[in-house]
Design a protein around this ligand. Structure first.
Ligand SMILES: C[S@@+](CC[C@H](N)C(=O)[O-])C[C@H]1O[C@@H](n2cnc3c(N)ncnc32)[C@H](O)[C@@H]1O
Length: 274
């Protein structure tokens, strides 16, 4: 059987180092197959690059940043869905009910928002709790390192096959417009208008002027090793209100990682008053 281009171990190591420098993410040593598989679409006799080596050379010489974007987009994992881990949205609703009205402003952050389902679920939760943009100073920042997923998030268009049971039918009717021909749903402006989308690498300095009430940092820390996790958590600490809340993925924990947060249930962490 004909064998396609192969990614050598030394080149894989160079790619891992490059990826780490650009994103802070440590690609596991056993992920060579995944890298090979994800880059396959660009490499081969009838493709843009004839070998992984050519691809990597071009990537390093590319001044436009296009290949870097393509590389990062290809290697990040963007799995997400609406109201993933519903307990976190119940927590957000509880926060808004209990503390929301006492706040001069509310800032929420979906810090690795992928294709936007998490940020839209946050916005729907705000609207359900009666927090509407023009009446209250409430904003949601939705950011991700991958420009590809961000543009999907910004479009607010989702194919019906991507919806799972977590999204209530009543919410679908209230907050989405259905397009029968395309079998897709578009998020209504009322929801979209609460959100600002921005390309942002968690390894970069945080440039925010206002502090956040609740930050969803779900299912992304798993890609970082302990020192990078601690670095990100220190920055998160700085930009949270007191009290302010950090929400990780349900299967994630900060065991073995230094941090100053108080641990609550369900991978929720609180920054207490000093
Ligand atoms: C598995 S998705 C999580 C989506 C959503 N938070 C959830 O839990 O459903 C992980 C996201 O983290 C993003 N990501 C990875 N490294 C990042 C970094 N250094 N800065 C910002 N986002 C990053 C990826 O592009 C991807 O969209």
């Amino acid at each position: 059987m004909a064998q396609g281009p192969v990614l050598s171990e030394p080149l894989f190591k160079e790619m891992r180092d490059y990826f780490f420098l650009e994103t802070g993410i440590t690609l596991n040593k056993n992920k060579k197959y995944l890298v090979e598989y994800r880059l396959q679409k660009f490499i081969g006799p009838d493709k843009e690059f004839s070998s992984y080596y050519d691809f990597f050379q071009a990537l390093q010489q590319d001044q436009s940043g296009k290949l870097k974007t393509l590389f990062i987009n290809s290697l990040t994992t963007n799995y997400t869905f609406f109201f993933r881990e519903p307990v976190h949205f119940r927590f957000l609703a509880y926060y808004l009910k209990t503390y929301g009205k006492q706040q001069n402003y509310i800032r929420l952050w979906s810090a690795a928002c992928s294709s936007g389902e998490e940020a839209y679920s946050m916005a729907i939760t705000c609207l359900e709790e009666g927090f509407k943009g023009p009446e209250r100073d409430i904003r949601i920042l939705a950011s991700d390192i991958s420009q590809k997923v961000l543009s999907r998030a910004q479009s607010g268009v989702y194919h019906y096959s991507g919806f799972r049971g977590e999204l209530d039918d009543a919410y679908l009717r209230r907050y989405f417009t259905f397009h029968p021909q395309e079998k897709s749903f578009t998020v209504k402006d009322q929801v979209k208008s609460l959100i600002t989308f921005r390309e942002f690498n968690l390894m970069d300095p945080f440039p925010f002027t206002k502090q956040f009430d609740v930050i969803f940092l779900r299912n992304v820390l798993i890609y970082f090793s302990a020192p990078e996790k601690e670095q990100i958590l220190r920055k998160i600490w700085e930009v949270l209100k007191e009290p302010g809340y950090l929400v990780l993925g349900l299967s994630e924990s900060l065991v073995g990682v230094h941090h100053g947060f108080t641990t609550l249930n369900n991978s929720i962490y609180r920054k207490d008053r000093n």
